[in-house]
Design a protein around this ligand. Structure first.
Ligand SMILES: Cc1ncc(COP(=O)(O)O)c(C=O)c1O
Length: 380
């Protein structure tokens, strides 16, 4: 009954933890959610206002299939200002979130058997997008000893005639690593198309430098979106920036499968790029404070943290001294300590025995989660 390509899709364990947590909450438990990659902030008011005004002003129709041209121009302006790169509106394709954008991208790129090089650990959904489109994920392992950095020389060793693309994600989910500029430059020079998931841009801390892959090569696709830095997960707004040769074939996919992305939401996206800077800065500063608090607490509790996370809103901790099976540990923490965390195995074999904690939650909740974790550790 069920198609082969669907049977190959593995569950997203962060969602499995969340769904179990929600069941416990319905039974009366008070759970602290650190399993979600979702800002706890509301979307900036100027963005919400822009969406309401857009609805009143009649932005209720299909837009251009590539996306509202004003939004695409605003995205080009944003990349020019922030990274000094020039892209044309025809290279920008707007989707209801970066997730559908990835689905269309891999459908457009991959023939059966084509390979995409992914880092292990990495975002849990990437291999599923690749497999669904008929491709084969090829893993470049990264290691705890060198802070899970994506090593260009290891990636180079994985390139074959079947390699269609190399995927990089900086700041990285789940490690919070920000790829060093020199590593990005070397990866960009390896030959294959580079797909750069930049969804966590705007969430980089300390002196880590945030670079767009287009600073190093034109043979690249940028995956971007409004979900994270602008706290707009529920709006569903993301985009791709593609080389000109990919734009027209992908437009045919969009015309057939999406027609267009929500019109008023795209107007909200334009507002986000023009009016939300102060709000984004405020949220960023709060994330940074939480990051430092959580790192301090986790170290105090004796966890090994392979690399100090400098981006996104995650901390990855080695919890093998508690249990080498991260899925079992995550569910045990949920049942006994009422803390939701994501098991490391969700991100690949290299992070089995690790847990990912999200600090997209208030300082008070983080402090309470650490008290519960400490009590749990004292018990076991
Ligand atoms: C690395 C990464 N890429 C892409 C996404 C998808 O984001 P969205 O579909 O909300 O744009 C996520 C969501 O957690 C993510 O962590």
């Amino acid at each position: 009954m069920i198609a082969q390509r669907v049977r190959g899709i593995t569950p997203f364990l962060a969602m499995e933890v969340l769904e179990r947590a929600q069941k416990l909450e319905r039974e009366g438990a008070s759970i602290i959610h650190l399993e979600l990659g979702e800002p706890d902030f509301d979307t900036p008011a100027c963005v919400r206002d822009a969406a309401v005004s857009a609805l009143h002003a009649g932005w209720t129709h299909y837009t251009h299939s590539l996306g509202d041209v004003d939004l695409r121009e605003a995205i080009c302006g944003f990349y020019r200002r922030r990274y000094g790169v020039t892209v044309q509106p025809e290279q920008v394709l707007v989707f209801p979130g970066s997730s559908p954008a990835m689905m269309m991208l891999f459908s457009a790129l991959l023939d059966p058997g084509d390979e995409v090089i992914l880092s292990n650990p990495g975002y849990a959904c990437y291999p599923n997008f690749v497999r669904y489109a008929g491709g084969v994920p090829v893993w470049a392992l990264t290691h705890e000893e060198d802070g899970f950095q994506f090593r260009p020389e290891d990636v180079a060793g994985k390139v074959t005639p079947q390699t269609r693309a190399i995927l990089v994600n900086s700041p990285c989910n789940p490690t919070g690593i920000v790829l060093e500029p020199e590593r990005m430059r070397t990866l960009a020079g390896l030959g294959p198309l580079i797909i750069s998931d930049e969804i966590y841009h705007g969430l980089t801390y300390g002196d880590a430098e945030e670079h767009c892959i287009l600073e190093y090569t034109d043979n690249a696709v940028v995956i971007g979106g409004f979900s994270k830095a602008f706290a707009m997960t529920g709006w569903r707004l993301g985009y791709l920036i593609v080389p000109p040769s990919l734009s027209r074939p992908m437009q045919a996919l969009m015309q057939n499968f999406f027609l267009s992305t929500n019109s008023a939401v795209q107007r909200a996206g334009i507002a986000a790029l023009s009016c939300a800077e102060a709000d984004v800065e405020r949220m960023h500063a709060i994330y940074d404070e939480r990051r430092r608090f959580l790192l301090g607490e986790l170290k105090r509790l004796g966890f090994r943290i392979p690399v100090e996370p400098m981006g996104a809103f995650y901390v990855l901790i080695n919890a093998r001294h508690l249990d080498t099976n991260s899925l079992r540990l995550a569910f045990d923490l949920l049942e006994k300590a009422h803390i939701g965390v994501t098991p490391g195995i969700d991100f690949g074999t290299q992070t089995e025995g690790f847990l990912r904690l999200s600090y997209a939650n208030s300082l008070e909740n983080l402090a309470e989660a650490m008290r519960r974790l400490e009590a749990y550790m004292a018990r076991i």
